[in-house]
Design a protein around this ligand. Structure first.
Ligand SMILES: *[C@@H]1O[C@H](CO)[C@@H](O)[C@H](O)[C@H]1NC(C)=O
Length: 420
């Protein structure tokens, strides 16, 4: 087969129909983009027209495809594999460019979407989630290709130094959200609704969620709990067009009624409640549910009962994905969450806190013993002519001591430079 054939509008339409029949919507969408580039227009009756030639291709969508066409499609998939895989990420909070022509089409290599996550979930590929709270953490999370970046209300503890997640305000969360949105260009961005910003009514919840998207630049929100009013709030937010991640098990905002940061699902009633709550969140349209601090067996049952991905934290290996708090996994410090130590379930993948201490201590010592800044970190020079002029001016101003200091500095820096 030739590349020429592959790019014929007729063939593009055929492949589009083949992929549509197979439910491979991502490929369909890519092909439709290509068809538009080639001047093919989609008509309201769902057929495709080549405007240049007035060719109506509609009947083709109904034709029975001979096996040769399937073979053609198979090799097309191979030839396009690299291209398609490079296009598997797009902005989730902006429309795909196949429907409306905007000022500029979105870079398709941009943002993880719910579709990408669904695909991973269906193929049983684990979903990776990390929290981030500011621009530098977001850049790091972005760089390694984490699927979801959660701007967690854990910021209250790991960034603001509170004992719980309760004190952080919506406005504080929005500052974190905006900073993360500037740094993380690829992961799906999920913003936590902080305590006190969504419990009063579904209306309050929708208003808060809207702010998290509009002012925080997030793609989706997460809210805790499974009481009927929370389920109703999740439903209202989804109906407002905002993707919602649920959160069951240990819900740190409920520390007051839970009586502390305690694992959940450890007895029959509590375990059943985890499963029921997760199912209820799924029913109202949540795209995923976080399972925090529950036995792995309960997480396995919940994951199996659901048809949306579960994201575990302290919930064992049977979840569809995992999330950890940035500072915990990097070994930044012993943050106050879970009895003032890094939680038992957290594996420290780094000892960044130690590295930071070491660097700060060395800086302090080098400033104290004057080995910093050396000539290597003293980049700005004045030319010999300007130096002479400057010394003359200083003397004219009666600043003889300053002139001698400048002259001495000039000798010592040039000596040091020569010595290097
Ligand atoms: C200054 O302190 C640094 C850091 O402890 C040390 O490596 C260096 O040798 C010291 N330099 C002098 C001149 O004392």
């Amino acid at each position: 087969m030739t590349i020429g054939l592959l790019t014929e509008p007729l063939v593009l339409v055929l492949f589009s129909n083949i992929f549509a029949a197979a439910g491979r919507w991502e490929e369909v969408s890519k092909l439709r983009e290509e068809m538009q580039i080639k001047g093919l227009k989609k008509e309201p009756d769902c057929s495709w027209h080549d405007e240049g030639r007035g060719l109506n291709l509609h009947p083709l969508s109904r034709m029975v495809l001979p096996s040769i066409i399937s073979k053609l499609a198979a090799s097309y998939v191979f030839s396009r594999a690299a291209y398609l895989s490079s296009c598997s990420r797009r902005m989730s909070n902006v429309p795909e460019n196949s429907v409306y022509g905007g000022p500029k089409s979105q870079n398709p290599d941009q943002r993880v979407t719910l579709n990408n996550l669904r695909k991973k979930y269906r193929s049983a590929e684990p979903i990776t989630v990390v929290t981030a709270y500011d621009y530098p953490s977001a850049v790091h999370v972005d760089e390694v290709g984490i699927d979801i970046c959660l701007v967690g209300d854990s910021a209250s503890m790991v960034v603001h130094g509170h004992d719980t997640t309760l004190p952080i305000s919506l406005d504080e969360m929005l500052v974190h959200c905006r900073a993360v949105a500037r740094g993380a260009k690829h992961p799906l961005l999920v913003g936590d609704l902080p305590f006190g910003s969504y419990e009063s009514s579904s209306q309050q919840a929708v208003e808060t969620a809207v702010r998290v998207l509009k002012e925080g630049g997030m793609d989706a929100i997460k809210l805790e709990g499974g009481a009927p009013s929370r389920i109703a709030a999740a439903k209202a937010i989804v109906e407002a067009g905002i993707a919602v991640m649920g959160h069951v098990g240990l819900t740190p905002q409920a520390i007051s009624v839970l009586g502390g940061f305690r694992p959940q699902g450890k007895n029959v009633a509590s375990a059943v409640k985890v499963v029921e709550t997760a199912l209820a969140l799924q029913e109202v349209g949540c795209f995923s549910v976080v399972l925090e601090c529950i036995p792995a067996i309960v997480a396995a049952a919940t994951t199996s009962a659901l048809r949306i991905p579960t994201i575990g934290i302290g919930a064992g290996s049977f979840c569809s994905g995992q999330v950890l708090v940035y500072h915990d996994l990097l070994g930044m410090m012993q943050h106050p969450h879970h009895a003032k130590v890094t939680p038992k379930f957290c594996k420290p993948y780094g000892r960044i806190g130690e590295a930071i201490n070491k660097a700060l201590l060395q800086y302090k010592e080098e400033v104290t013993n004057k080995s910093f800044p050396s000539a290597a970190h003293t980049p700005y020079k004045i030319s010999p002519d300007d130096l002479n002029g400057f010394l003359t001016e200083l003397q004219k101003m009666g600043l003889d001591k300053a002139a001698s200091a400048a002259a001495a500095a000039s000798t010592s820096t040039s000596e040091k430079t020569e010595g290097l």
